[in-house]
Structures are given as C-alpha cells and as structure tokens.
Design a protein around this ligand. Structure first.
Ligand code: ABN
Length: 177
C-alpha cells in the first residue's frame, strides 16, 4: 500500500470514528468504567474472601485476655495462640490461612455461665508462631479417636499444611451436655 493510500485510509477511519462517537458519550463511558472499578470491592466475592479470615460470630458476652491460656475460650485448645502472633482470638496472623476442618470444644463462659461450642481453627502458613503455647484439654480424647482429639494438625485442604497457630471461634450456645 502506497504511503498516500495509507494516509487516506487512516484519515477515513478517523472520520468514521469521529462521526460515530461524541465527547459526551466518551465521558459517560469513562465515568461508567471508573464507577464500576470503585464498586468492585463491594461485591459479595470480596466479602466472602474477607470472611475466611474473620468469620462473623454469634454474640457471646466477653471477658478476659485472648493472649492468655486461661482465657475462657481456650478450655480445650492445643496450640500456639493466634493473638500472640499478630492475629486475635478470631483472626489468623497476617499471611496465614484459616483451616476449614477444625476441632470443636465446649467451654463455659464465666460471664453468663452458659456453655458455648468453640471451634479451634488452625492458622496455616510458613510463619511458624512459637509463642504462647497453650495445652488445655477439656473433652479431649486419645489420638486414636481422631475426631475427638485436639492433638492434630488441622491444616488440611489449605494451600499449605504448615501449622502456625490457632484461633478460638464461638459457634453458638451448646444446648446439650
Ligand atoms: N491443632 C494444633 C496442632 C497442630 C499441630 C500438631 C498438633 C496440634
């Protein structure tokens, strides 16, 4: 294609495009794109991934120190306390992933005297915690009863099986003893 033909072709294409688009239409499209980008984090997908780290708990009256082994939720824990490792009683330390398979215990809340089901989810990742080891074993059974033993690495189905620490999540009030 000769240079003049090419120039003509480009010019014609530019004129066609200019006829079909207006400045207002262009601004409207830019606005729509910006608005879409700004609202993306509000979509349920983003909320679901955030929830994997800090699930919403049912209300339970609170007392005590989550970095202490004596904290009421820790009555059946076996592991390092997430709250001593950059996390909290309900959130894993940054950079770790919460296990979905867990050990469940029943602990009495000293504020209301009720028993609560507590889920001990392990936090999985390469940042081994090593602080605040806590080994209270209420309701624990020998390891050959796997489903009733707390001496197990629950980092299964996670992107790594490396154990870091453990959280203690309230699941609800225990209705049977
Ligand atoms: N669930 C805590 C744990 C992790 C590794 C080994 C034993 C216990």
């Amino acid at each position: 294609m000769a240079r003049r033909d090419f120039d003509g072709w480009i010019e014609a294409a530019a004129r066609r495009l200019a006829r079909r688009t207006s400045r207002r239409g262009f601004l409207a499209r830019v606005g729509t794109t910006l608005f879409g980008a700004a609202t993306l984090p509000l979509l349920p997908v983003a909320r679901a991934s955030a929830q994997a780290q800090a699930p919403r708990e049912p209300a339970a009256p609170e007392t005590g120190d989550a970095t202490s082994c004596d904290y009421w939720r820790h009555c059946s824990i076996d592991g390092f306390l997430s709250a001593c490792c950059g996390g909290s009683a309900t959130a894993c330390p940054p950079g770790t992933e919460m296990s979905r398979v867990t050990w469940i215990g029943t602990c009495r809340n000293p504020v209301d005297g009720r028993d609560y089901l507590i889920s001990y989810n392990d936090c999985c990742g390469n940042s081994f915690c090593g602080r605040c080891f806590c080994n209270r074993n209420e309701g624990d059974r020998p390891i050959y009863l796997t489903g009733k033993a707390n001496d197990i690495n629950w980092c299964m189905g996670t992107s790594t099986t490396a154990y870091s620490s453990t959280v203690a999540l309230v699941l609800g009030v225990a209705t049977e003893s």
